[in-house]
Design a protein around this ligand. Structure first.
Ligand SMILES: NC(=O)c1ccc[n+]([C@@H]2O[C@H](COP(=O)([O-])OP(=O)(O)OC[C@H]3O[C@@H](n4cnc5c(N)ncnc54)[C@H](O)[C@@H]3O)[C@@H](O)[C@H]2O)c1
Ligand SMILES: O=P([O-])([O-])O[C@@H]1[C@@H](O)[C@H](O)[C@@H](O)[C@H](O)[C@@H]1O
Length: 551
């Protein structure tokens, strides 16, 4: 068995034909030279074989307040140049916690899609798909038909030249040595008929040994820990081993890039300690000295930052201590997080947005769920649950604070989060929510939701979206567009190291220091959509449809 074989999409697929990789197309995984689905016809957009250049006017409104308390709103225009590298790279995704429910499920899902598998279930045949992925399963409005004026919607994946998930090379680490077929069985997520079709490939994949600092995850996880890099607390050797693993993975598969994601267990919060993890310099020193407050996820983050591999945290713990954020910004490495937003919280961020923006005064949110997978087992430990409680509780703050008509300063709905471990239900989490609100003339509205979330089948597409969007962001550069003097080609910059554009997929979005956290789901999707549209010189999606009103 290879130390850690992966899906290599240059290998033969189901019909034995190799799938080409990384061709500059807008999305087909067969590497066809079909080219982009659309082009933009504008004096502000220039296509070359290798790049898309767009001149973009960013329109906002600056508001000032007069002594009288009145506001003055002033339209603002900022001119940007965007540059997109059109070459779709050969991309690797390395998962920390690869042998877990999410890791094994997303791996099987990519194999099933790459091979176009169909399998029997009690309800009849089911075909592989990417449902639940915003990039692969949703569309965006490109514009309106020149003749019929009807909306023209295109697959989200086609707005920019993104990697196709079928072409991803998957690998990773786990403290459990089970191969991916055994991990898939342990997860008990997929139909036996599908498992049988991917078992051979999955059995040849084995996670790399990982670092394990027992105090950071529940004690009940100890029996899984049989695939370890020596050492039970942070050390520089751990950073170097992880960096070496990434380099070897990249070289052995002739990859252009690697994105790393944490889908390992939820850790307890790390204390933020002056002189330990408050600055980049102190964090590196703390790792060298083996400080016990440095978590495995922070060690992975530091290794990825230094290796230049984007690192995304799919769990709720505070991996990105201040020193890690400073280190990422210093090295220009991308980081993002925290905590996949897959079911109960995703629903909450949409429902709360609807209620409050409809002028309905939400006064109480009770969120309970029980689940029986290993994630639930780890969360049955109070310290790990606390990390999740925090990420699940803050998701309403921005929407409440934005409505001063309903809420006085500092006023907010009651909000409780309960998670219980019930092994019998396995990965099929039961989420029960009650939303209680005040309505017109002293009335009340009570919304009660029973939501069965197949947790790993909801989270796996998010893992894919996070990889695809993060990689796309490495190929987008910007500069302020100054009129007049010629600009040097090399004065383009990357987006800020903290990828807040990923917030749609995450419960507790990490944002650049000092910038606001947006949790409203529609706003998050709008930001992702409209930033990608701007990169090809298109205006933000507008639902004004004046063309249907002014005639
Ligand atoms: N819907 C969802 O499944 C969902 C949603 C949001 C967040 N999450 C988070 O995603 C993470 C994974 O969820 P899951 O259901 O796959 O959990 P899981 O317990 O099935 O998988 C986690 C894996 O991580 C491994 N692991 C633990 N510590 C490790 C380390 N230091 N290095 C490498 N591997 C390590 C474990 O052995 C296990 O295989 C959890 O933190 C969970 O809270 C999941
Ligand atoms: O994404 P979401 O459904 O709101 O939240 C989920 C929690 O309800 C669940 O208990 C936990 O195990 C999952 O990891 C996930 O975080």
């Amino acid at each position: 068995m290879a130390p850690h074989a992966e899906i290599d999409s240059t290998s033969a697929n189901g019909d034995g034909h190799p799938i080409a990789n990384g061709a500059a197309t807008n999305g087909s995984s067969n590497g066809s030279s079909a080219g982009p689905l659309f082009t933009v016809s504008s004096p502000n957009v220039v296509y070359t074989d290798s790049e898309i250049h767009s001149k973009y006017t960013y329109r906002t409104t600056k508001v000032s307040r007069e002594p009288s308390g009145k506001y003055v709103a002033t339209p603002q225009e900022t001119l940007y140049d965007f540059k997109v590298d059109r070459k779709v790279p050969k991309l690797g995704a390395m998962l920390v916690g690869w042998g877990g429910n999410n890791g094994s499920t997303v791996t099987a899902g990519i194999i099933a899609n790459r091979r176009g598998l169909v399998w029997e279930t009690r309800e009849g045949p089911r075909a592989a798909n990417y449902y639940g992925s915003v990039i692969m399963g949703s569309t965006m409005k490109l514009g309106t038909d020149a003749k019929t004026a009807k909306d023209v919607n295109i697959p989200f994946h086609d707005v920019l030249p993104m990697v196709h998930p079928n072409d991803l090379v998957i690998g990773g680490w786990d403290i459990s040595k089970l191969d991916l077929a055994a991990s898939m069985d342990r997860a008990a997520v997929l139909e036996p008929t599908l498992k049988a079709m991917v078992r051979k490939e999955m059995a040849e994949m084995a996670p790399l040994p990982s670092i394990y600092y027992p105090d950071f995850i529940a004690a009940n996880q100890e029996d899984r820990a049989d695939n370890l890099i020596p050492g039970s607390k942070a050390s520089w050797a751990h950073v170097e081993q992880i960096r070496k693993d990434i380099r070897e993975f990249k070289e052995s598969h002739d990859l252009d890039k690697v994105v790393v994601q944490w889908t390992a267990n939820t850790e307890r919060y790390a204390d933020i300690l002056e002189g330990v993890n408050d600055t980049a310099e102190n964090l590196l020193k703390a790792i060298e000295e083996g400080h016990e407050e440095v978590s495995p996820s922070t060690v992975f983050a530091v290794a990825c930052i230094l290796e230049g591999a984007p690192f995304i945290n799919g769990s709720p713990q505070n991996t990105f201590v201040p020193g890690a954020i400073e280190l990422a910004e210093k090295h220009g490495s991308f980081i993002g997080g925290d905590d996949f937003k897959s079911g109960q919280t995703k629903m909450k961020s949409a429902l709360v947005d609807f209620l409050i923006s409809a002028g309905i005064k939400l006064t109480s949110i009770a969120s309970y769920n029980h689940l029986g997978n290993n994630d639930g087992k780890n969360l049955s430990s109070q310290k790990q649950f606390r990390s999740k409680e925090i990420s699940k509780s803050n998701v309403v703050d921005d929407m409440v604070e934005a409505n001063s008509v309903l809420y006085a300063p500092g006023e907010h709905p009651d909000h409780t989060v309960v998670i219980k471990y019930m092994p019998a239900v396995g990965d099929n989490k039961r989420a029960l929510d009650e939303y209680y609100a005040e309505i017109f003339l002293g009335g009340h509205q009570t919304i009660s939701i029973f939501n069965v979330c197949e947790d790993s089948l909801l989270a796996s597409p998010l893992i894919i979206d996070l990889v695809l969007v993060t990689e796309m962001m490495t190929r987008i550069k910007w500069r302020s567009q100054s009129t007049g003097e010629a600009k040097e080609e090399d004065d383009f910059k990357s987006f800020n190291s903290v990828l807040s554009i990923l917030s749609y997929m995450l419960k507790a979005p990490l944002t650049p220091t000092g910038t606001p956290v947006i949790n409203a789901l529609a706003k998050q999707r709008g930001a992702l959509t409209n930033i990608f549209r701007a990169c090809v010189g298109l205006e933000p999606e507008s639902d004004m449809t004046l063309e249907h009103k002014l005639f």
